[in-house]
Write a protein that binds this ligand. Structure first.
Ligand SMILES: NC(=O)C1=CN([C@@H]2O[C@H](COP(=O)(O)OP(=O)(O)OC[C@H]3O[C@@H](n4cnc5c(N)ncnc54)[C@H](O)[C@@H]3O)[C@@H](O)[C@H]2O)C=CC1
Ligand SMILES: N[C@@H](CC=O)C(=O)O
Length: 333
């Protein structure tokens, strides 16, 4: 029987849930794919554990037997996984720890599932080129809007199509905060606190609100779906943090849904990206997206226009998206 060895780096709010869900899915994956998907290593920032015959949920949640210093690349070297899942922090300056983890994977013939965004958002072109050269697959639903399957729709459902425009509300926290302020009259601080309590905000919620999270997701989406790796710094961004009371009142009085959206447009020289604040009239399909629910509009030559509303941000939805990536990966092995 084929054994697929999985290592998970980053065991915070999302990573710890991914570990447990993967263990719970083991029997089902065996039935569906005929292989033993074995979680052999997990780590946080400073410690980790490797066990060749497979970890159990308690090993992850109780952290008994974790070894100090066995984290990151040393953990991957010790575990020699077939698949690396990275759910560590995103850092748009250094690339985050996920950069070293993804580099290790694509240089050692391992497949990767990225939940953290910054490694791909900053260095996607180089990493994907190495992955391709070494026969490694890189999936990144978690890094590109989680339960809203944007990359899948563009890459598989619209394979070969000339996609001319993508407009999408990709950051659940900014949608949630705007909804709370416009519809319920919450203050910015109250709305952010609620998004944090729901486990969907980035550790620094400014990343969600000032458009960096959406811009990073746009870069990952354009790179994975179209092979167009844009510069994250060059994506112009509007910010929820600069919305005035007057603007909030105007959206409320007009019955509009406010959203911070990412836009990808195909021009003569390739794809342009931007992040902008928009108010959608009552009859626009994005008005169905309440709270942290995401939304996508795609225009493709020959196919026409599509709208998809769903995939609300939540830890459970992100875990479900990671498990979907696992299924896609196993189906292709
Ligand atoms: N919370 C959400 O709904 C979603 C989060 N993401 C992304 O997933 C990642 C994780 O998010 P959360 O779990 O919410 O954050 P978190 O802050 O709860 O977890 C991050 C974990 O990474 C660990 N870590 C830090 N440095 C590390 C290193 N060098 N090696 C291994 N682990 C390290 C931290 O100790 C922490 O436990 C972030 O990059 C985030 O942008 C993606 C989709 C949805
Ligand atoms: N902070 C993000 C989490 C997933 O990427 C969001 O709010 O959607």
């Amino acid at each position: 029987m084929r054994v697929v060895r999985v290592a998970l780096t980053g065991t915070g709010g999302i990573g710890s849930r991914v570990a447990v869900a993967l263990l719970e899915r083991r029997a089902q994956l065996f039935q569906r794919f005929g292989c033993d998907v074995r979680l052999v290593a997990v780590c946080g920032s400073r410690a980790g554990i490797v066990r060749d015959d497979g970890l159990e949920a308690g090993d992850v949640t109780n952290r008994g037997g974790w070894i100090a210093g066995l984290a990151g690349v040393p953990l991957l070297e010790a575990a020699r996984p077939d698949v690396v899942i990275d759910a560590g922090p995103s850092d748009y300056v250094s690339g985050g720890p996920g950069l070293a983890h993804l580099e290790w994977a694509v240089n050692h013939g391992a497949h990767a599932i990225m939940v953290s965004k910054s490694a791909l958002a900053l260095h996607g072109a180089r990493l994907l080129a190495t992955a391709r050269a070494n026969g490694c697959r890189v999936h990144a639903s978690g890094a590109s809007s989680a339960a809203l399957p944007v990359v899948d729709v563009l890459r598989h459902n619209l394979a070969g199509a000339e996609v001319t425009r993508v407009e999408a509300a990709l950051t659940g926290t900014s949608s949630f905060v705007l909804d709370e302020m416009v519809r319920s009259g919450s203050t910015l601080a109250e709305a952010i606190a609620e998004a944090q309590a729901r486990g969907i905000a980035e550790p620094d919620p400014a990343f969600d609100l000032d458009g960096r999270d959406t811009a990073a997701k746009l870069v990952v989406i354009a790179g994975l779906a179209f092979g167009a790796w844009l510069s994250l710094d060059a994506v112009p961004r509007e910010s929820v943090l600069s919305v005035t009371d007057e603007q909030l009142r105007a959206w409320r009085d007009a019955g509009e849904k406010a959203a911070l959206v990412g836009v990808l447009e195909r021009g003569a020289a390739g794809y342009d990206a931007r992040v902008e604040l928009r108010g959608y009239g009552a009859h626009h399909p994005f008005c169905a997206a309440r709270g942290s629910t995401k939304a996508l509009m795609v225009s493709a030559a020959g196919f026409g226009d599509y709208t998809l509303v769903g995939g609300a941000s939540s830890p459970e939805a992100t875990v479900a998206a990671v498990l979907k990536d696992v299924e896609h990966l196993l189906a292709a092995l």
